[in-house]
Design a protein around this ligand. Structure first.
Ligand SMILES: NC(=O)c1ccc[n+]([C@@H]2O[C@H](COP(=O)([O-])OP(=O)(O)OC[C@H]3O[C@@H](n4cnc5c(N)ncnc54)[C@H](O)[C@@H]3O)[C@@H](O)[C@H]2O)c1
Length: 422
């Protein structure tokens, strides 16, 4: 029996088409690994709960895990990122889905609880909300040993778990899959970079000649900066880390404090994982240029102070899907994307499937690794094994027909030794 609550089951046919489109662009997750999983069933008898953006790519991860023999439960990791057609199609394929676009905070946590009630053995989180809820409300599940290990998919989630571990509050083994090279150097950089461009392109806004201010020069934000510059924008970076700021400066970007950068900005994009990157006060809001576009790509909707902007605006007008015009008391207009939530996922379809192929190949292989090695993990954060990180790289290269060199024994010994010098 499939357990579910989705927006509209009649969208399933459209969802199947979306899953098919993504599948063809995900040869590692949806072909190489899935076919092997179908034969070997490495996840037989295992229940996996994923709190993830319910997109056509996540749908293909779920299908691969199911092909491996797992019972799969899914809930959304953001109230606005669920693609309702995909959710409906997955239910027809026997995936237990609790997700719909536009759910309230209360409904969001209800969906998480439906997944936790299934007593999962592996939790795959994106932002830490499911695993934190398990710690707060499911003591029996945490202490029973049912959970073999967990995975965390995004930077903000990993930061939350590092804080939990420091305080002695993390009671499960946790793999920060976000931090693997095969994940954050591709998903965060390429995916977010292209994702925001397609979101803003969808509004028919020209990048060329625009002053684009990007908060942060980390994985996501540097990818965004590069792509905005490639389209002819003048890009300014704001940072709090001196080394990142220097990297931005030497890459040829302007670097300024946010307060100085605001007045000239035509587009402001945040992806820092921090809160209140734009200070929530009317004096700061008044520095914004008339017509500025505000978009956040960080995990939570607090980088741009959405709540305070809504309170300050005298009028809020939806002007196209997921874009609102906020009219300030002095008549100035600002355009807020996706209510301050992940603009690439809400306005566009999230990251391109080719990129998510790698992230989800990693999560599939990590799920297999967790099952094979159950009983061998201590609670706390455990790095993704380099062999699995590399395996994703090799499989992706293979799927693209790209060959690389292999170290000879002599070369291997040289770079791992100290004896040979001048
Ligand atoms: N939209 C998406 O699809 C998507 C994908 C991956 C990650 N994320 C999220 O994006 C955020 C950033 O992830 P990342 O992997 O790029 O992290 P990162 O740590 O690589 O980069 C964040 C950068 O922001 C800087 N920063 C922090 N506070 C700042 C502030 N107040 N002002 C200016 N700069 C500041 C940091 O110094 C750092 O260089 C996280 O919330 C992550 O979960 C979103």
């Amino acid at each position: 029996m499939v357990n579910y609550k989705v927006a509209d089951e009649s969208l399933a046919e459209k969802g199947k088409e979306s899953l098919y489109i993504a599948e063809n662009k995900m040869p590692v997750t949806a072909k190489i690994i899935r076919e092997r999983f179908e034969k070997e069933k490495p996840l037989k008898g295992i229940t996996i709960a994923g709190c993830l953006h319910i997109t056509k790519e996540t749908g293909n991860l779920a299908r691969t895990l199911k092909a491996g023999g797992a019972e799969v439960y899914l809930c959304g990791s953001n109230p606005l990122s669920t693609q309702d057609d995909v959710a409906a199609a997955l239910v027809q394929e026997g995936i237990n889905v609790f997700a719909w676009h536009g759910n309230t905070d209360e409904e969001f946590y209800w969906c998480i609880r439906q997944c936790l009630d299934a007593k999962p053995n592996i939790l795959i989180d994106d932002g830490a909300d499911m695993i934190v809820t398990a710690h707060q409300e499911y003591e029996d599940l945490i202490n029973s040993g049912t959970i073999i290990a967990c995975q965390e998919e995004t930077t903000t989630g990993v930061k939350r778990f590092k804080a939990m571990e420091k305080q002695g509050a993390l009671k499960v083994p946790l793999f920060p899959v976000n931090d693997a090279r095969s994940k954050n150097q591709f998903d965060n950089e390429l995916g977010t970079g292209q994702g925001i461009v397609s979101a803003i392109y969808g509004m028919h806004v020209l990048f060329a000649g625009k002053n684009v201010v990007i908060a942060g020069y980390g994985h996501c934000s540097s990818g965004m900066a590069l792509r905005a510059r490639g389209l002819g924008a003048n890009v300014t970076i704001t940072e709090v880390d001196p080394i990142k700021a220097l990297q931005a400066k030497f890459a040829g970007f302007n670097v300024l404090p946010i307060l100085e950068a605001l007045p000239n900005a035509d587009i402001i994009l945040t992806a820092t994982g921090c809160k209140h990157v734009i200070t929530p006060n009317p004096g700061v809001f008044n520095r914004l240029k008339d017509g500025v576009i505000l978009g956040n790509l960080g995990h939570f909707d607090i980088e741009i102070p959405t709540k305070e902007l809504y309170e300050y605006a005298k009028e809020i007008k939806p002007i196209r899907k997921d874009v609102e015009e906020l009219i300030f008391p002095d008549g100035k207009k600002v355009y807020l994307l996706a209510k301050g939530r992940l603009a690439n996922l809400v306005l566009s379809e999230g990251h391109p499937s080719e990129v998510m192929d790698m992230s989800f190949a990693l999560q599939s292989l990590m799920s297999e690794f967790i099952v094979k090695n159950q009983g061998n993990f201590n609670r706390g954060i455990i790095e993704v094994p380099i062999e699995i990180d590399d395996k994703v790289g090799y499989l992706k290269l293979e799927s693209m027909g790209v060959k690389i060199d292999t170290l000879t024994e002599e070369q291997y010994n040289y770079i791992h030794g100290y004896e040979e010098g001048t």
